[in-house]
Each structure stands twice: as C-alpha cells, then as structure tokens.
Write a protein that binds this ligand. Structure first.
Ligand code: GLV
Length: 316
C-alpha cells in the first residue's frame, strides 16, 4: 500500500473499508476516544490522519508527523486543529461542511421550540408525577415562536438553514456577522442591535480568537429579559459562568445548549440545575444519514489529498 493512515475512531457506514482499498489503515477500535499516546506513536510515519473533534491536533502532534500530508477532520469545526501551523508544514487540512447543515439546523430549531414552549420541562413534570391539576389557563406559559424575532449570529451555511426554517414560522430574521452578505435578504444589524431586538438569539459562528467568549455578561445584559439564547456551535463562544449568572438573575428567560466549554458535562453542572435551560449532549449532526455522509466526505477528502488532488472541502 502506498499510503499509511491513522483513523482515530470507528465511523458509521462502510467508508473505512473503502479507505483500506487504497491505504494501510491503523484504526482505533475503542468505544472511547483514542488515547493521545496511541495517536502520537502512530502518527510518526503516517501520510494522513482522520480525526474527530475530540482529538487535539497541536504543534506537538504535527511535529511528530514528519510525513503527514493531510489532516481530515470528521467535523465542520476545526478549532481543535492548529491549522496555521499545519499549513506552515505544507499539510492540507480538510473538514465536512454542507453534509451536516440541515441536520444541525433541525436540532437548533428543535432546541428553540423546546425551550420556548417548555417541552422538556413539561416532560419532566409528568415523569416526576407532578401533573396533578386539571387544565388551567395560565399553566406552563411559554413564549410564542410564530411571528417573533430571530437573531442569528453568523450567517454561514447553518445560519442560513436556520433562517429558512424561520420563514415557515413567519419570524422576522435579523443577523450579525463579520460582514454583510449581499446574497441573503435578511436584515444585517450590529451585534448590540441584534441582542436588543431578538426574542431568540441563535449562535452559529465557528470558534476562533474573535468569537471566543463573544457572549459574556455584558452582552447577555443587552438581551430582552424575555429572550432566549440557543447555542449549537462551540461552548466557548459563550462565557459559561456569565451565562449561569445571567440566567440566575433573570437577565434572560432561558437557554438551549448543545455545546459546553468542557464536554461532557454531568448532572452537577450549574446549568443542569436551572429549570429554564434545555441541554443536549453535542448532537447537532447526529442523525444516521448525516453521520454516514460525514464519513464519506472525511474519507474522500483524505484520499484525494493523499493522491495530490483537490479535496472536497479544505478548511478556509
Ligand atoms: C460538530 O460539532 C462539528 O463541528 O462537526
């Protein structure tokens, strides 16, 4: 086999088998992520590596991998990879956007509806045996989604997919991003205006030095007291301690979160103590169809780059 590759996780679908047709594959078969030492040992003479977002691809790893031509991540996000350093060594870095856009937008909309209409709270109430009064006009009132204002921070593929869903709910869509996108006809506003006017603030930016802790106490205090924050991007876009404080002080009405500063979180996490918060365990792209398509794209990116051809998606 001309190429040697390391794959740090089993993937759904038969794509690792496809990879074996063109490369010698060292696959971590465990249920938990591959130990760092396992990766560091194997990367020494690898031509390619396929990683997930839990594997840190830093200078130490890159320096060890003297033959490495390509780092293919099974994710759209690439904040776990030192992309600039990899590039300085002539290594191509690829990712899996597009195929996960709709699944992630579905989850974001599900989170938004769940927190606005208290769906998880209602489920919990019944399971705990506390639905013990007949129907009542003012029981478990939530926030109307239809016709409300949606503020999207970041207007990339996922932001646009969320905005398309919002049309069906007759929502006013405003957005903030580094630049105005002429090709979309939603209203472009600055971040403070977005925070002030939105009933739902949805974060769809990637994590980078500019977006790290973008949403802190000061920003949260600009939101309406009746508004909700929805985050399925990366936990560290929000300063989590500040969010807990804002929720406790009633600065905002609630939050729905799929991502956290340090994952996984347990039931003792401060956010898990708050009734007006909906939590999911980083499952934005987690449908069978999407995860199989991500495997296809990650493997095809890897093979194309190994063959010196243009991968499907190089990180920007
Ligand atoms: C998931 O968080 C991804 O980046 O694909």
């Amino acid at each position: 086999m001309p190429h040697k590759v390391v794959v740090t996780r089993r993937l759904p679908g038969g794509w690792v088998e496809e990879l074996r047709k063109v490369a010698e594959v060292d696959l971590w078969e465990g249920e938990s992520p591959a130990p760092r030492d396992w990766i560091l040992e194997r990367v020494v003479d690898a031509d390619g590596i396929l990683v997930t977002l839990v594997d840190r691809v830093d200078r130490e790893l890159i320096d060890r991998a003297k033959r490495l031509k390509v780092i293919s991540t099974y994710s759209v996000g690439y904040d776990h990879i030192d992309v600039a350093y990899a590039r300085s060594k002539g290594i191509t870095v690829t990712h899996t956007p597009e195929v996960l856009t709709e699944a992630t937008a579905d989850l974001i909309f599900g989170l938004l509806l769940a927190v606005a209409r208290r769906i998880v709270e209602g489920d919990r109430l019944i399971r705990e045996g506390n639905w013990n009064k007949p129907w009542s006009p003012e029981f478990m009132l939530g926030k109307e989604v239809y016709g409300s204002t949606l503020g999207i921070v970041g207007m990339g593929r996922i932001g646009r997919a969320v905005a398309r869903r919002a049309k069906g709910f007759d929502m006013r869509v405003i957005y903030y991003s580094r630049r105005k996108h002429e090709e979309v006809d939603y209203e472009y506003v600055d971040l403070d205006t977005l925070l002030r006017e939105s009933d739902f603030v949805v974060l769809t930016v990637d994590l980078n030095p500019e977006t790290y802790h973008l949403i802190d106490y000061e920003k949260l205090s600009k939101m309406k007291r009746t508004a909700f924050l929805v985050n399925a991007s990366r936990g560290a876009v929000v300063k989590e301690d500040d969010l807990v404080r804002a929720l406790k002080e009633g600065l905002i009405a609630g939050a729905a979160l799929d991502v956290f500063e340090r994952e996984p979180i347990g039931k003792d996490h401060p956010l898990a103590q708050l009734p007006n918060v909906v939590l999911t365990p980083h499952i934005g792209s987690a449908t069978r169809e999407t995860r199989e398509r991500m495997a296809e794209v990650a493997v095809r990116n890897l093979i194309l780059a190994l063959e010196g051809r243009k991968p499907l998606y190089e990180v920007p």
